[in-house]
Write a protein that binds this ligand. Structure first.
Ligand code: B1M
Length: 209
C-alpha cells in the first residue's frame, strides 16, 4: 500500500521515494491529512523510537528529517486551504540553542491552513530576534517551539525580553514542543500551551477571534 511505501521510504531517508509516493497517494485520492499522519508522522515516530534506543544515529535521523521536509513541501499546498483571507498574524520560531524544526514546520502549516499569516523566524531564534520581529510584523500571536529540556528555559527568557521591551500586552504567547507541558507554560508566563499542531491551530484561532 502506498502509505506503507511512503513510511518505509521516509525511514530510509529516500527523498525521491517519499515525494513520488505522496504524489501517487494524492493521485489515488487519499486525503492529505491521512498521508501526513499515516505516512510521514508515523515513520518519524519510528525514527524517534529507534534514535532513543540507539538503533539509529544523528546522520540517519537527519536524512529522514530531510525526506520529511521534502514530503511536506509536496503536501503543503494540498494541506493549506486556498483562498482563505488572513485572520491574523503569527511570529513563530524554535528557541535559541534548538535546531529542531519538523514540529514547528507542521505547526506553521496548520496555522497557514487556518488562514493565519505566519512569519517563520526559523530555528535557534534569540529572544532579541523575537522582540525585533514583534516590532516589525505586529503579530497578535508569538509561537515558540522547543524540543530539548535544555532549551525550554529560553521560552522564559524570551517572554522576559518581550516584557522588558514593553510589548507583552500586545501579543498572546503560545508555547509547545515535546518536553513542554501546560504547567510549564503557566510557570513561564505564556498564555497558551498546545500539545500538537492541530491543537495549536485551534487555540490560535480562538486567540484571534
Ligand atoms: Co533531536 N532530540 N537532538 N534531533 N530529536 C529529540 C528531541 C530527543 C527527545 C531524542 C531522544 O533522545 N529521545 C532528544 C531530546 C532529549 C531532551 O532534551 N529531553 C534529542 C536530542 C538529545 C538531540 C541532540 C542534543 C542530539 C545530539 O546531538 N547529541 C541534538 C540537539 C541539536 C540542537 O537542537 N541543538 C539533536 C539533533 C537532532 C537532529 C538535528 C538530528 C534532528 C532534528 C532535525 C530537524 O528538526 N530538522 C533530531 C530529531 C529529528 C529528533 C527526534 C528523533 C524527532 C523530533 C521530531 O521531529 N518529531 C526527537 C525524538 C522524538 O521526539 N521522538 C529528538 C516529530 C515532530 C512532528 O514532533 O517536534 O514534538 P514535535 O512537534 C509536535 C509537538 O511537539 C507540537 O506539535 C508538533 C506536531 O504535532 N509542537 C508545538 C511543536 N512545536 C510547537 C509549538 C507550538 C505548539 C505545538 O506552539 C507555538
Amino acid at each position: 500500500m502506498v502509505l506503507q511505501e511512503i513510511n518505509q521510504a521516509l525511514q530510509r531517508g529516500d527523498v525521491n521515494g517519499v515525494t513520488q509516493g505522496i504524489k501517487s497517494a494524492l493521485e489515488q485520492g487519499l486525503e492529505p491529512r491521512q498521508i501526513l499522519n499515516e505516512g510521514l508522522l508515523a515513520a518519524m515516530e519510528v525514527i524517534g523510537i529507534k534514535f532513543k534506543n540507539n538503533e539509529v544515529f544523528v546522520p540517519e535521523v537527519l536524512i529522514a528529517a530531510r525526506a520529511m521536509n521534502a514530503g511536506m513541501e509536496v503536501l503543503k499546498p494540498r494541506l493549506i486551504e486556498t483562498g482563505v483571507e488572513p485572520i491574523g498574524t503569527v511570529v513563530l520560531g524554535t528557541v535559541k540553542g534548538d535546531l529542531h524544526d519538523i514540529g514547528k514546520n507542521l505547526v506553521r502549516m496548520m496555522f497557514e491552513g487556518s488562514g493565519l499569516t505566519v512569519h517563520d523566524l526559523g530555528v535557534d531564534v534569540s529572544a532579541e530576534r523575537f522582540v525585533e520581529a514583534i516590532k516589525e510584523y505586529k503579530p497578535q500571536i508569538v509561537g515558540m517551539s522547543a524540543l530539548l529540556t535544555t532549551t525550554m528555559g529560553e521560552m522564559k527568557a524570551t517572554i522576559e525580553a518581550i516584557k522588558a521591551a514593553g510589548l507583552r500586552d500586545q501579543v498572546k504567547i503560545m508555547v509547545g514542543g515535546a518536553p513542554v507541558t501546560a504547567k510549564f507554560a503557566q510557570e513561564v508566563g505564556a498564555d497558551v500551551y498546545a500539545k500538537d499542531a492541530a491543537e495549536a491551530a485551534f487555540e490560535a484561532k480562538k486567540l484571534v477571534y
